[in-house]
Design a protein around this ligand. Structure first.
Ligand code: SAH
Length: 228
């Protein structure tokens, strides 16, 4: 079973939306698990403090290295084979290749930051891989972690069933996906491209390929020539 362990100050956020739909069915069927670990269990003192003011001054609070290390060591003791990730806008942007690699492993341990972020020393001391979900700033790592888990879980064998047409999706082959259409044939005066209604599978495949290339060239030329 593929195991996800998000470390968070808000364990109630998990599995959240991933408890519904196909991902949720996957949990119910034992294909994967999502067991959040409450960082606050390792908070210090009567108030279970997990953060402190930034060394050098400045706004906001920083999550303490000692608290986070204790939480990581308890949630994923030495010998746990899963990669340890830190959701972070400074990380390498998540892509489908990394998602596929994570999905084919034993699972993930994911530290979700809050406040201004985490003490730099715990990143090195626990070999955390920083992962970003895009060039924007969230209020915490939980929503970023949910996005990462969603992307991984839908690739697990049995989770998506026939719905997953893996080979033709966006990013497979380094291209964005071609456009989709379904009934009705006429929508507010807009037709379905005739080639899709002709039943010639060779022509349909060629049209989809050309559309995928056109859309990728227009919107994400940086993807062309990159390996999905
Ligand atoms: N002060 C930080 C932002 C902290 S946001 C900075 O300027 O870089 C608080 C937490 O939200 C982060 O520790 C991280 O866990 C999470 N987070 C915010 N944006 C993210 C993103 N784009 N990708 C992944 N995690 C993100």
């Amino acid at each position: 079973m593929w195991r996800a362990t998000p470390l968070t100050l808000f364990p109630a956020m998990f599995p959240g939306p991933l408890g519904l739909s196909l991902a949720g069915d996957g949990i119910a069927r034992g294909l994967w698990s999502c067991d959040p670990y409450d960082i606050r269990l390792h908070g210090l003192g009567r108030h279970r403090t997990v953060d402190d003011t930034p060394a050098g001054g400045g706004a906001g609070m920083v999550m303490r290295a000692d608290v986070l290390a204790a939480a990581l060591d308890a949630a994923a003791p030495a010998g746990d084979p899963r990669p340890r990730l830190l959701m972070s806008p400074r990380g390498r942007p998540l892509d489908q290749a990394r998602v596929r690699a994570l999905a084919s492993g034993p699972g993930v341990v994911v530290l979700c930051g809050r406040f201004e972020g985490v003490d730099e020393r715990v990143i090195a001391a626990r070999s955390l891989e920083e992962v970003s979900v895009g060039d924007f700033v969230l209020s915490g790592g939980e929503v970023a972690c949910l996005a990462l888990l969603d992307a991984c879980v839908r690739l697990l064998p049995g989770v998506m069933g026939k719905e997953l047409s893996g080979a033709e999706e966006s990013f497979e082959g380094g291209l964005l996906e071609y456009p989709h259409y379904t009934r009705p044939r006429d929508f507010e005066g807009r037709d379905i491209p005739p080639v899709l209604l002709g039943g010639d599978h060779g022509r349909i495949a060629a049209w989809r390929r050309a559309e995928a290339e056109r859309i990728t060239r227009e919107r994400r030329p940086d993807l062309l020539g990159r390996k999905g």
